[in-house]
Design a protein. Sequence first.
Lengths: 294, 227
Amino acid sequence: MCGIVGIYLKSKRFEGSLGNMLSDMLINMGSRGPDSAGFAIYKEDEEENFKYSLCLNGADYEKFKKEILNKITISKIEKNSDHVIMKSKDHPSVVIKVLNKNFKEISIVGYGKSIEIFKQVGEPKDVVKKFNLQSFSGTHGIGHTRMATESAITTDGSHPYSTGEDECLVHNGSLSNHNNLRRKLKKGGINFNSENDTEVAAGYISKNLSNKKSLNDTLKDGLKDLDGFYTFITGTRKGFAVLRDEIACKPAVIAETDDYVAIASEFQAMAHLPNVNNAKIFEPEPGVVYSWGN
Amino acid sequence: MELDLKKIKLRDVNDKLQNLDRKQNQRDFNIINPEGNHAICAGLTEEMNVTIKGHVGYYCAGMNQKAQITIDGNAGTGVAENMMSGRVHVKGNASQSAGATAHGGLLIIDGDASSRCGISMKGVDIVVKGSVGHMSGFMSQSGNLVVCGDAGEALGDSLYETNIYIKGNVKSLGADCVEKKMDKNHIKKLNKFLKEADIKNLKAENFKRYGSARKLYNFKVDNIGNY
């Protein structure tokens, strides 16, 4: 199963309530994925910092804060439950090295100029509450509720997966060629933190985007290279894109109004959205890339 | 009678419709605020008119017998699946597997139906005013599938004795599905479906009929060595 949701705001009108809209969608999709949940919120940093989303995994926050402040220049650091959002002007190539070298138990969930990612095991309604998703504002957001199939119920096994700057991926389905593809991508320099199939798809997308392929072309090539069942939502700094495999067993429905584009595994996850009954509602066709903002 | 799904639990609404209080002689119902819930109006067995105002989730009107159900919105996966009789009318679009395995009755979809429309249908008549997605009519056994728009890939794959009528283009035919001649009887039957679905601007003569080449499912003595 698994549930996936996403909102892209076309107008500024709802930016303040993005978190509110997304949290109701995630809670509703708890019926498709009760094991864990996660979300990525895109909000440009006003001071153009890089934002690092970190999961403490039990590490002591105050100790970490004290130590990291000695190693890199940090503009702002803030704890949200067991996650930390750290803002810095230092380049990711430096910061990631420092984090990996000195703070082994802390995992980097994502980083970029806009993205913030939070994910954890537990029922979606509890995860939403834990991170206070309702209070978030932003331009677009993506979420996932997980019913684990391919790997264990852990934070690392939860979506969204981020393997590149401001990129993330959520997935409903399963891939069958992920082990081979992971080996290939590892040789090409992509790092993986889990045994999860979706992380491989995220790595595949990052690898192709870093080779200057467009998101559209990357996803189209994915139809050939990714074997399995999937509905993907992939987020970028500017927007998101949706792709279903050509068999299209995994559901998706899109609602588009003048103010927003929303996508969910089932319509009921969007039933609370403003003016949704007058939205243009359609199912994305199999094997066709749909994108907004990119 | 109005049934508001914001105020009454779905289970209670279905229970009421599945077990009509005959003393009240109430046979007309409006369901409001469906909000994409699943299995609304599943398992109705008596004559009644139900209108659902809004979009519904999975398996709406599943297993229907005798009831006339109108969905004033879109329907999720498996609308009218395993319907036995009666009539289900979707005024918007339907998701995949509309009318799956249905034995009888009439399913009308005003918009498009996505993939696998009429999969394994066993006698239902389905009229889609828009187009249908890939693998429609897959392993369909009997009944009629009428499509006023186009059909996606692999139409009628491995079908048995269903008649498929398509007005627009067919992207590709599935295994053992072939175009067949339209005779007077087919035109007469198709006209009946068009009339029932209130379609006035299309002529039965302009449709093409597809059915089974009967090479896949018939036992042939030549193949005895394969068993």
